[in-house]
Design a protein around this ligand. Structure first.
Ligand SMILES: Nc1ncnc2c1ncn2[C@@H]1O[C@H](COP(=O)(O)OP(=O)(O)O)[C@@H](O)[C@H]1O
Ligand SMILES: [Mg+2]
Length: 375
């Protein structure tokens, strides 16, 4: 069986990863030059993939870096942060260094076991006080700082630390991190306004402590050549027009483009036709239908109406203009603004700000395309 080259998890291997050469070179250069980095982009464009791509490079072509990754999107407290960080460190260690690492944590008496399927270490801490948590965090960071090799620690979905209950994680982390020289931090996040507030607001602990690496969409020309090659290498032929259509239909948003390519690859035989591509789109929309209906159920009629209007336009830069309001039978500029903000909050609408101003689009590309064909 030929494996589908369009993977839907963050990263597998270099040959299934398209481009990002410039971002990769920058990221590696910042790491080599001892900078901490913020990596920001909307969800599903390829931040996590780029981190793993860089880690692979550090492991294969550099000999003095250890790499650590934690995705804190599901954490809500310092406890769970500590657990993930300790597990990430333990996962990198062989027998005797692991013993040494655990002995450093001896006072806290962690329980370690191994996942029966993945073999990854799982650590349970039982803290007796808040102080003990802080001490443990310090021990973990010091362990990285005092290592014989340099460490790169990527904290994914970093904006989540703002949600930690009754604890100023931002200030605590910053205090420890500012004195560290052996560890390079990559703070990765998809909530742009929160990340910008953390790193560009003079009143916040992390103010100007990092170099920012913004991640945009893949170059459509390079992506098209990549897609074509993946098909060709596995004895399937796809025309430039169809590849362009796929990238355009998925708005060059990596996850959605990968998903459609995955489905086209799955059902297409030999020569890929336009009909195969339309069938693949139909399959994807049908399989997402329940999700779309659930969103409809969870938002108000007004929010759904505005979402529909934005989807029909593709991109809206003047949501309060009379012509937009008239065209879609919306009520007033002020109510549109209020509804728009709640949709942004729910991450159903993406606000994209650049020098030209702000434009709004439906965050989930499949939902956007579904709304477009809905009357
Ligand atoms: N450069 C790339 N080439 C091919 N696929 C990619 C690339 N970057 C990301 N992807 C794919 O896109 C999807 C989303 O990427 P991910 O890194 O998880 O996004 P993010 O972390 O920004 O939410 C994943 O399925 C991943 O495999
Ligand atoms: Mg990610």
């Amino acid at each position: 069986m030929v494996e589908n080259p369009f993977i839907l998890r963050p990263y597998l291997s270099k040959d299934l990863f398209c481009d990002r050469e410039k971002e990769l070179a920058e990221l590696l250069s910042y790491i080599e030059n001892g900078r901490n980095i913020t990596l920001i982009s909307p969800r599903r464009l390829g931040k996590t993939g780029l981190i793993f791509r860089a880690f692979e490079e550090l492991r294969t072509n550099y000999d003095n870096y250890d790499t650590y990754y934690v995705d804190i999107s599901s954490t809500s407290s310092l406890d769970s942060f500590i657990k993930l960080l300790a597990e990430s460190i333990a996962g990198n260690l062989k027998k005797s260094p692991l013993k040494r690492f655990l002995s450093l944590l001896g006072g806290i008496r962690p329980l370690i076991s191994y996942n029966t399927i993945t073999g990854a270490p799982e650590i349970i801490f039982t803290f007796r006080s808040e102080d003990e948590k802080r001490t443990t965090l310090k021990i973990l960071l010091e362990y990285l700082e005092n290592g014989a090799r340099k460490a790169v620690l990527a904290i994914d979905e970093f904006q989540q630390i703002r949600e930690y209950d009754g604890f100023n994680m931002e200030a605590t982390l910053r205090t420890y991190i500012q004195n560290m020289h052996n560890v390079c931090f990559i703070f990765c996040g998809s909530k742009k306004h929160v990340m910008i507030d953390m790193f560009s607001n003079a009143k916040k602990p992390f103010y100007e402590s990092t170099t920012s690496l913004p991640l945009g969409k893949l170059d459509p020309g390079i992506y098209a050549a990549f897609i074509k090659k993946q098909f060709a290498n596995r004895n399937k032929q796809i025309d430039d027009d169809i590849v362009r259509f796929i990238i355009n239909w998925t708005k060059d948003h990596t996850f959605y483009t990968q998903s459609l390519c995955n489905e086209v690859f799955r059902i297409g035989k030999g020569i890929i036709t336009m009909q195969t591509t339309l069938d693949a789109i139909q399959n994807l929309l049908v399989s997402n239908l329940d999700r779309f209906l659930e969103i409809k159920r969870l938002v108000s009629d007004g929010q759904w109406k505005l979402l529909h209007a934005i989807a029909c336009e593709g991109k809206v830069s003047q949501p309060t203009s009379a012509s937009f309001i008239r065209k879609y039978g919306l009520t007033s500029g002020s109510s549109v603004l209020k509804t728009l903000n709640s949709l942004i909050d729910k991450e159903l609408v993406l606000a994209d700000t650049n020098l030209a101003g702000t434009s709004y689009s439906v965050y989930n590309v499949f939902l956007s395309r579904y709304l477009e064909i809905l009357q």
